[in-house]
Ligand binder design. Structure first.
Ligand code: SF4
Length: 160
């Protein structure tokens, strides 16, 4: 299977805080598969580290909530970088012909169903990260690391 995976889940230190989020279940389940590491925020030109960002409007594209806007914790509008990163990521994932994307939960780029609400208070709302929604709209199945582990409970053996 051809799988696009959030690079931070693979151990790449590409998060806003210069850290990674390696996930042992994801690392096991991708063994033997063709993997494309993706990081929409790096693709969009954001530096590492950078201030934390959250979607402040347009969290859920299916709910008609209005226009997408993303800001960082310092109040700087980062919508353009996130939109650019989503497009670059979508282009790469399409070229790779990924059949599945495993994306980091709750991220303003990669979140698949839950994201922070834009108040920088740790509050989650229904919604999709900017890149995740682009992949989803293009028909690429998107799941997060927890959903992946639930979908592939015998992950250690599916790659062999
Ligand atoms: S969650 Fe997505 S955008 Fe954020 S560091 Fe991981 S891959 Fe990059």
């Amino acid at each position: 299977m051809r799988i696009a995976v959030s690079a931070c889940l693979l151990g790449v230190a590409c998060r806003y805080d210069s850290r990674s989020k390696p996930h042992s279940g994801v690392l096991r389940m991708i063994e033997g598969h063709d993997v494309l590491p993706i990081c929409p925020e790096v693709a969009g030109g954001l530096s590492i580290p950078h201030p934390a960002c959250e979607i402040v409007s347009g969290h859920n594209p299916d709910a008609g909530e209005g226009r997408l806007a993303v800001t960082d914790a310092e109040g700087i509008d980062q919508t353009e970088a996130f939109s650019r990163g989503a497009q670059v990521t979508l282009d790469a994932v399409r070229e790779f012909e990924a059949e599945l994307a495993i994306l980091k939960a709750k991220s303003p780029s990669c979140g698949t169903g839950l994201v922070y609400d834009g108040t920088f208070s740790g509050t989650l709302v229904n919604g999709w990260g900017v890149a995740a929604r682009a992949l989803h709209a293009a028909g690429i199945p998107c799941i997060d690391e927890e959903q992946a582990e639930a979908a592939f409970p015998h992950a250690s053996s599916i790659g062999g």
